[in-house]
Design a binder for this molecule. Structure first.
Ligand code: FAD
Ligand code: DHB
Length: 387
């Protein structure tokens, strides 16, 4: 089989890239190890930046998002005894939208821009340093296949093979592992808040998010290695109530039936460069952020917007300028988001160290009382322009 762009991975990065390329008249084939049902039902991110919403809308993917998503003006930041609202619209003129990654994924599948081959195995990338790269894989029926392409886009997330296809001598990796994880739940209950609450508490961070007027998404900081068996639903709700300040100033947290429960480890990771020869990396294949700033999905969307432009200029116009700049340009945003996600994580998670705790409180007081501090957080959270 031959195509113009072989895309490895049908997550949001891979599917959106195939969609943007199709709109520019460029053919692609997407290879995915998981089944279509699995990919469509994975529960992950929930917040879209202003620029992500603009990009999805411009790409013809905004209709359901604008009808069923919810626009938020900002977030609440709190610590015991205090809750403050940061209004991003007042501060920066930009809002964020609550619209689950699962829904973005469904919209991309419905748009069906390219052929997606699900249930593949043994995906391997070959000759990426030459102008004749190809991918081999085993299809769902067990047959060995080969896909030749002008370019390969590695959009295969944090565990895919693409990033390791860059020769070791040509790549550099940067990593930070955190001593905590998040325990996340999805619950069939109306959110107890109109906008997200990020709460610092001496016993650990808590986040009250949501998916819809009837579905809440909440997270608790837990130690690495936490076993879900130790966290029955009642314990989770008790801990959330304590950390989120149930009962204070008349605010209450309403518990409800938990429909999903998982533990997510946290790390920061960047591999540079994001391009090697005819291989371009995008999204989690190139970088991972801890979830505290809600950046993972948005960064994948920003990479792919840039990569779509670069591949269109390269393959349609024969102009390599944007492709040659792709890695440097994308990495500027990647490092900004890597810093913001690290900073939010560091400011809000309990480490047990009293010195850290005082610095965190000082920082929280500053971002909630100074226009400069608040605007800096708002600008990063609502997101900088993509292009
Ligand atoms: P992915 O969504 O990981 O997609 C990569 C795709 O490649 C997958 O479908 C995978 O099956 C496929 N693949 C892997 N190996 C191969 C192979 N060998 N061959 C073919 N295909 C392959 N971000 C937030 O901002 N907020 C959150 O709350 C949040 N929660 C998260 C929870 C979890 C459990 C995880 C894993 C991530 C979470 N993230 C969150 C991060 C966010 O979901 C990711 O940043 C986003 O999915 C990145 O999109 P992507 O397309 O680059 O990668
Ligand atoms: C969600 C996840 C995040 O990491 C975050 O910072 C905000 C919201 C969510 O899943 O809704």
């Amino acid at each position: 089989m031959r195509t113009e762009v072989a895309i490895v991975g049908a997550g949001p990065a891979g599917l959106l890239l195939s969609h943007l390329l199709a709109r520019a008249g460029i053919e692609s084939v997407v290879l995915e190890t998981r089944s279509q049902e699995y990919v469509a039902s994975r529960i992950r991110a929930g917040i879209l930046e202003h620029s992500s919403v603009e990009l999805l809308t411009a790409a013809g993917l905004g209709e359901r998002l604008r009808a069923e998503g919810h626009e938020h003006r900002g977030i609440y930041l709190q610590w015991p005894g205090e809750r403050h609202h940061l209004d991003f619209v007042d501060l920066t003129g930009r809002s964020v939208w609550v619209y689950g990654q699962t829904e973005v994924q469904k919209d991309l599948v419905a748009a069906r821009a390219a052929e997606v081959v699900y249930d593949v195995a043994d995906t391997r990338l070959h000759d990426v340093g030459t102008d004749r790269p190809y991918v081999t894989y085993t299809d769902a029926g067990g047959a060995a296949r080969r896909l030749d392409a002008a370019v390969i886009a590695g959009c295969d997330g944090s565990f895919g093979p693409s990033r390791a296809a860059v020769p070791e001598a040509a790549r550099q990796t940067f990593e930070r592992v955190y001593p905590h994880s998040w325990l996340g739940i999805l619950a069939d209950v109306a959110p107890s808040t109109d906008e997200l609450i990020y709460a610092r508490h001496p016993d650990g961070f808590a986040l009250h998010s949501m998916r819809s007027p009837t579905v809440s998404r909440l997270y608790l900081q837990v130690p690495n290695g936490t076993d879900l068996a130790d966290w029955p639903d009642a314990r989770i709700w008790d801990e959330l109530a304590k950390r989120l300040g149930h009962g204070r100033d008349g605010w209450t947290l309403t518990p409800g039936p938990v429909t999903d429960k998982s533990v997510l480890p946290m790390r920061s990771f960047v591999q540079t460069p994001m391009r090697y020869g005819r291989l371009f990396l995008a999204g989690d294949a190139a970088h991972i952020v801890p979830p505290t700033g809600a950046k993972g999905l948005n960064l994948a969307i920003a990479d792919v917007a840039r990569l779509g432009d670069a591949l269109t200029a390269l393959l349609r116009g024969g102009d390599p300028t944007l492709a040659d700049r792709y890695s440097d340009d994308a990495l500027r945003r990647v490092w900004r988001c890597t810093h913001f996600s690290w900073w939010m994580t560091t400011m809000l998670h309990a480490s047990g160290d009293p010195f850290d705790a005082q610095l965190q409180l000082s920082q929280l007081r500053w971002v909630t009382s100074s226009a400069a501090g608040a605007t800096g957080l708002a600008e990063n959270y609502a997101g900088l322009p993509i292009r």
